[in-house]
Write a protein that binds this ligand. Structure first.
Ligand SMILES: NC(=O)c1ccc[n+]([C@@H]2O[C@H](COP(=O)([O-])OP(=O)(O)OC[C@H]3O[C@@H](n4cnc5c(N)ncnc54)[C@H](O)[C@@H]3O)[C@@H](O)[C@H]2O)c1
Ligand SMILES: O=c1ccn([C@@H]2O[C@H](COP(=O)(O)OP(=O)(O)O[C@H]3O[C@H](CO)[C@@H](O)[C@H](O)[C@H]3O)[C@@H](O)[C@H]2O)c(=O)[nH]1
Length: 446
């Protein structure tokens, strides 16, 4: 099938590449000329395991190409995927300007029937707005060409994007058109061989499904963080509690890891956007507000624990930080807990020596050159001359540590672990103060 994808970010690039990989002819369009010229050279602007070779293979096979020319993309594809950003507006609602700009572009250039597919995460009612923007653009041309708009939210996770796209649990499509259903079945047929994964529903339900999924996952995390904070004050161990409740199949082990708060480009903005949508229809959505509030507070806990370890005297201290990305296997630092921590440390005059296997360029791009930030080449270099170590991201390469070595390196042997990587007793035996989440030294200290 001939497919056009608008937006070559995490979602657009993965969608385009995976669809090309199963034999479709794909053109990806982006307004960012620099991104497109890098992609044309086979350079991937993001870090996503496995993606670079897949992009190159499909470009060489002639099934995947990139352009900045909207007319070329619109006329090429029967299916037009919109995969541009929907960042939070000032009031927290989803900013639809990029989505609606693509709709207008499609209306301006289409020369035949098109299926316009909202893959971006968009509030309920957006398909109607996309249809209206497109109709308006067509009307300006005096054209009465036909089109359909459907919703096809994406559920991939960064760091596991290819696997999630190709082997995801479900493919949700919101449409009331049989023609669209048949075309979407054809598009996704290569991923639908083992068992039926396609779920067709009305457009509004599909749009809401995406927000409900993210809000549910964010709720699980905030719930666990709330219980972890309680465990600290009650002298319980959250990791035992996690195992205890996860063993109940009604609860399950997935997505119940306590930590230093959820980050990334999705949960924070999507929980907020759903709450704003609820507000717009006069529903208070108190649970969503609480999920957001718990997460905001959780991101401050690493700093609070450091303050406790140093009796509030953090000025002039050097803090080693392992993990800048909002989670492992990505270079994405959007809403990362590391950022809240670094900014709080800088505000009180402390210095940061940070390491991340993939996100250091992104950190440089975000913060530039600063006297109070050193980006270290290795995890070992990050702790050299530091007073304490904080772990923000559970990269595999941080999971095994020689505590005797750490004790020698750190001026004050303190570890604040935002991901519960170590056994508290092992760290304690090495003579290091260990503040984890819901366990360790944090326990019984309100
Ligand atoms: N990142 C994820 O893991 C993920 C997963 C599922 C859903 N989503 C949703 O998918 C959408 C895209 O997210 P992302 O992380 O890929 O965003 P991103 O910021 O990485 O990429 C968006 C791209 O769209 C381009 N763009 C903007 N306006 C354009 C236009 N008019 N025409 C063509 N390109 C344009 C930008 O230049 C950018 O390259 C968002 O709604 C997001 O919530 C993201
Ligand atoms: O038990 C857990 C699981 C995750 N996290 C944190 O939650 C955040 C989000 O993690 P994850 O969901 O793995 O990453 P994303 O790439 O943001 O993916 C989410 O957001 C995407 C964009 O909407 C959706 O498509 C995915 O299904 C959804 O998992 C990260 O900061 C994690 O550290 C925890 O704290 N505890």
């Amino acid at each position: 099938m001939k497919i056009a994808i608008f937006g070559t970010g995490y979602v657009g690039l993965v969608t385009g590449t995976c669809l090309a990989d199963v034999g479709h002819d794909v053109i990806c369009m982006d307004v960012d000329a620099d991104k497109v010229s890098r992609l044309k050279r086979g350079e991937i602007p993001i870090y996503e395991p496995g993606l670079e070779s897949m992009v190159r293979d499909n470009m060489h096979a002639g099934r995947l190409r990139f352009t900045t020319d909207p007319a070329e993309a619109v006329t090429f594809g029967l299916l037009q995927f919109i995969a541009v950003g929907t960042p939070a507006d000032e009031d927290g609602s989803a900013d639809l300007q990029y989505v609606l700009a693509v709709a207008k572009t499609i209306g301006e250039h289409m020369d035949d029937y098109k299926v316009v597919i909202d893959k971006s995460t968009v509030p309920v009612g957006t398909a109607d707005k996309v249809g209206a923007a497109l109709s308006q653009a067509l009307a300006k041309r005096g054209s009465q060409l036909e089109f359909d708009v459907c919703s096809n939210p994406e559920f991939l996770k960064e760091g596991a994007a290819i696997d999630d796209f190709t082997r995801g649990a479900r493919i949700v499509v919101g449409t009331d058109s049989e023609r669209v259903e048949a075309l979407m079945r054809e598009c996704y047929a290569p991923y639908n061989r083992n068992h039926e994964k396609l779920m067709f529903m009305d457009v509004r339900s599909a749009e809401l499904t995406k927000y409900a999924a993210n809000a549910m996952l964010a709720t699980k995390i905030s719930f666990m963080n709330e219980i972890a904070n309680l465990a600290e004050r009650l002298g319980a161990d959250i990791e035992e509690v996690r195992r205890g409740i996860g063993s109940d199949p009604r609860i399950g082990y997935h997505f119940i890891y306590p930590g230093c708060g959820y980050g990334g480009s999705c949960f924070p903005k999507d929980v907020q956007a759903l709450a704003r949508t609820a507000g717009q229809v006069g529903y208070p959505a108190e649970l969503l507000g609480a999920v957001e509030a718990v997460n905001r507070r959780q991101k401050t806990t690493l700093f609070t624990k450091l303050q406790r370890a140093f009796d509030g005297e953090l000025k002039g201290k050097t803090i080693a930080l392992w993990g800048l990305a909002f989670k492992p296997d990505t270079d994405d630092m959007r809403e990362a807990p590391s950022r809240a921590l670094m900014e709080a440390l800088w505000a009180v005059g402390a210095k940061v020596q940070a390491h991340d296997p993939e996100a250091m360029d992104e950190c440089r791009r975000l913060y530039g050159q600063r006297n109070d930030l050193t980006l270290a080449d290795s995890r070992e270099a990050a702790v050299e001359g530091a007073d304490a170590l904080v772990i923000c991201t559970e990269w595999k390469s941080y999971r095994t540590v020689d505590f005797a070595w750490l004790k020698r390196e750190l001026a004050t042997p303190v570890i604040v672990d935002g991901r519960n990587l170590f056994e508290p007793d092992a760290v304690k035996q090495a003579g290091i103060l260990y503040f984890a989440v819901g366990r360790g030294e944090s326990s019984m200290q309100a």
